[in-house]
Design a protein around this ligand. Structure first.
Ligand code: NAD
Ligand code: UD1
Length: 331
């Protein structure tokens, strides 16, 4: 298939491009480089030996997207493009609502018009809100507590309605849990701008000595060691989940959790990182981060049964690969 990957120059998109090429698909990328550069795509080319036609395009721009569809025989879209920083979304809600929902509408409309009938969307476990764990796909969604989360809820609704009205349109809503790690080559990985907000990139920067110590946000949660519990998933497993979804989605809306089904606490992650990489992570316990939930992880059975996909890489793999990339990359 010829797949248009929006946001393909970013963290999850670049890994997915790699596995799409390895699975024999053709890939074109549309990205406005608002949170990336073309470097990761050049590295994907280095690893796979395949070219990726690149369009420096904002996918909220209807004419620019139409032009890509006119020039290429596209079979499907994987839509990663979007803003993703929760804190920033509270400060700039209109930027987030505009970018994340208009991009979804523009791409879905182009797909329907050009009969590119497979649409895979990057959603998030954040749509479950504070639900009963493990989170399963049939749960009633809770309103998200921040504009970023709302853009995912709204985009899911837009695509669900579009699929209802267009019976040939196949949509996969993939709810990611906590993607971490990097490709085993150490060539591509997560390279956030500025000080990272998420745990794993923060840990790798402490390990590198760029940041003095990790702050552990709360050790008084109702969890086994009191620190927050999440379902960390290796980005390569996550990328492979997209390939599985693309090949087996049915007409209509298909919702899948992409997680491991296992919860890991902040302290367990620090300990594993230290052990497998033989580095020390200085940390201090501080107060809870506002808006954090104590514990969540996926019920991952639906993807296993219907997509024949499971996350195979261990927490040790995630820590090893994240550190290998951090050591290789940048200053
Ligand atoms: P990322 O920022 O690395 O990648 C997103 C890419 O989209 C960037 O390259 C950026 O330049 C591009 N982009 C943004 N707006 C655009 C626009 N209007 N037109 C064209 N390109 C645009 O982020 P990521 O971690 O790879 O996340 C990819 C997707 O997965 C996002 O939609 C994000 O919300 C979702 N997601 C990410 C996580 C996570 O923890 N990383 C978790 C759940 C869901
Ligand atoms: C983040 C996003 C969420 C998204 C999810 C999956 C926020 C507020 N939420 O949440 O929308 O769906 O990723 O990608 O960004 N922690 C520390 N110290 C740190 C950083 C984090 O102790 O410096 C703890 C947190 O309190 C939490 C765990 O580490 O318990 C994971 O945090 P993080 O990586 O930010 O992910 P989420 O909170 O799950």
């Amino acid at each position: 298939m010829m797949i248009l990957v929006s946001g393909g120059a970013g963290y999850i998109g670049s890994h997915t491009c790699l596995y799409l090429l390895e699975a024999g698909h053709s890939v074109i990328v549309a990205d406005n480089l608002s949170n990336s550069s073309t470097e990761m795509l050049e590295r994907v080319k280095e690893i796979t030996g395949s070219d990726i036609p690149f369009f420096n395009v904002d996918v909220t721009d209807k004419d620019a997207v139409e032009d890509i569809f006119n020039k290429n025989q596209i079979d499907g879209v994987i839509h990663f493009a979007g803003f993703k920083a929760v804190g920033e979304s509270v400060l700039k809600p209109l930027d987030y609502y505009y970018n994340n929902t208009v991009s979804t509408m523009v791409l879905a409309q182009a797909c329907i018009k050009h009969k590119a009938e497979r649409f895979v969307f990057s959603s998030s476990a954040t749509v479950y809100g504070e639900n009963k764990i493990p989170f399963s796909e049939d749960m009633k969604l809770m309103p998200a507590t921040n504009p970023y989360g709302q853009t995912k809820v709204i985009s899911e609704q837009i695509l669900t309605d579009a699929a209802k009205a267009n019976p040939d349109f196949s949509v996969a809503l993939l709810r990611y849990f906590n993607p971490v790690g990097a490709h085993e080559s150490g060539l591509i990985g997560e390279a956030p701008n500025g000080i990272p907000g998420n745990l794993m990139p923060y840990i790798t920067q402490v390990a590198k000595g760029r940041l003095p110590k990790l702050r552990v946000f709360g050790n008084d949660y109702n969890t086994p060691d009191g620190t927050g519990v999440r379902d960390y998933i290796h980005v390569c497993d996550l990328a492979l989940g997209h390939i599985a979804a693309l090949s087996s989605i049915k007409k209509g809306v298909n919702v899948y959790n992409l997680g491991t089904g296992r919860g890991t606490s902040v302290m367990q992650l620090i300990k594993t990182f230290e052990e497998v990489n033989n580095v020390r992570i200085p940390y201090e316990i501080v107060g809870r981060r506002p808006g954090d939930i104590a514990e969540f992880y996926a019920d991952a059975r639906k993807a296993e049964i219907e997509l024949k996909w499971t996350a195979k890489r261990s927490l040790a793999d995630m820590c090893r690969d994240a550190w290998r990339f951090e050591k290789n990359y940048g200053a």
